[in-house]
Design a protein around this ligand. Structure first.
Ligand code: SF4
Ligand code: SF4
Length: 366
């Protein structure tokens, strides 16, 4: 039944997954640094020599959800954060083929989680997982968070409210706010992140397993997807090695096909299996075994094709002007709240004074 699993094609190739993770991490880092420099130029009032990298919108999933419903209701692809929706759609599409492959192959938090799990092993010398009766309800949290956002966006927001949200300054400059979340991190955010990191060392994959709503959405989509891990009882010797390394803590040996929402197509189970043709990842048709290299190619192809198509159809770059970004940044640097009824001309004059540095430095936030 499953002679298609040529495990020798995949064994020893975990390095491929790590390579893809590092590649996407470097791309994310490049985008982050470029956006940081773009904002820094705006803040300094210097001439703008850098373009805003559209990929930064990958970190705006709520904007993407609102844009998706707006697109479904009106057929209009919003121009405020179009790449947020493009990236969201690409990631969801990958789940139909390679399960939650995005989590274990591309997401920078997945890479971080992997390393924190290694630190867990180093510190505790063995894998310590939460008991099932604690694990199961905790796993429900990420579905509850995802459900909350989906319910509110898809069932509670009328089209007019979607449009208002998309055009609002809150959404328009969400990329700058997201950057400032890290560069000007608040006391509370710092401690929340620190606690999450510590929890991820104590409990393997804490963030991904219990809290990440993106992973929850991908898990549900992947349930209906084509790619599945399959185990062949005839060749399996029930050694349990696959279950031991599975980051999703899936009971692999009990099943012939893994439909679990937790499977991230990491292929660790395939890599450690001592038997030929006992376990493998394949599409539902069953004739195309996918090793690490094929999964890597599929993921890279999805992103390359999706982003190229978005570029060619004008759905990649946003249409928020550099001037609008500059004015937002200057406004946010003012130490007082601008009264709602202020004369726009006076406001404009103040902004120009700040731009030309004639504004007293003590009146601006350092
Ligand atoms: S590692 Fe391979 S042989 Fe061992 S239980 Fe898993 S599928 Fe069976
Ligand atoms: S080890 Fe296997 S079953 Fe577990 S998440 Fe990875 S691919 Fe899925």
């Amino acid at each position: 039944m499953m002679d298609q699993f040529k495990t020798s094609n995949t064994r020893g190739l975990i390095a491929v997954r790590r390579g893809v993770q590092i590649l996407f991490f470097l791309i994310t880092l490049f985008i982050g640094i470029k956006f940081y420099l773009f904002v820094a130029q705006l803040e300094s009032g210097a001439a703008i020599t850098l373009d805003r990298p559209p990929g930064v919108e990958a970190f705006l999933p709520i904007s993407a959800l609102v844009s998706l419903k707006y697109f479904l209701c009106t057929g209009i692809f919003n121009t405020v954060h179009p790449s947020a929706l493009v990236i969201f759609l690409i990631i969801c599409a990958t789940a139909l083929v390679v399960k939650k492959g995005f989590c274990s192959w591309i997401c920078p938090f997945g890479l971080l989680s992997d390393h924190l799990a290694k630190l867990h092993l180093y510190l505790f010398k063995k894998q310590m997982d939460l008991p099932k009766w604690v694990d199961l309800p905790l796993r429900g949290i990420k579905y509850a968070i995802a459900g909350f956002f989906l319910w509110n966006v898809f069932f509670k927001m009328p089209v007019a409210a979607l449009d208002q949200f998309i055009q609002s300054p809150y959404n328009t400059f969400a990329d700058v706010k997201m950057l400032e979340f890290f560069t000007k991190i608040s006391f509370t955010s710092f401690w929340v992140i620190t606690v999450l990191l510590i929890l991820s060392v104590i409990v393997r994959n804490f963030w991904c397993r219990y809290l990440c709503p993106y992973g929850a959405i991908l898990g549900v989509i992947s349930f209906f997807g084509m790619g599945k891990i399959k185990r062949d009882d005839r060749n399996c010797i029930n050694c349990g090695k696959c279950e031991k390394v599975c980051p999703g803590r899936i009971s692999i040996m009990e099943k012939a096909q893994i439909n679990s929402l937790e499977c991230s197509a990491c292929l660790r189970c395939v890599d450690v299996c001592p038997r030929e043709n006992a376990i493998g990842f394949s599409l539902l048709s069953g004739n195309a075994p996918m090793g690490q290299k094929r999964i890597a190619l599929v993921l890279i192809a999805f992103f390359t094709v999706g982003i190229t198509a978005a570029r060619l159809t004008g759905r990649w770059q946003n249409e928020v002007t550099v001037d609008a970004y500059r004015q937002h940044i200057l406004r946010s640097r003012m130490p007082w709240r601008i009264p709602a009824g202020i004369d726009p001309e006076k406001m404009e004059k103040m902004i120009k004074m700040m731009q030309t540095s004639k504004f007293p430095k003590t009146m601006t936030k350092q």
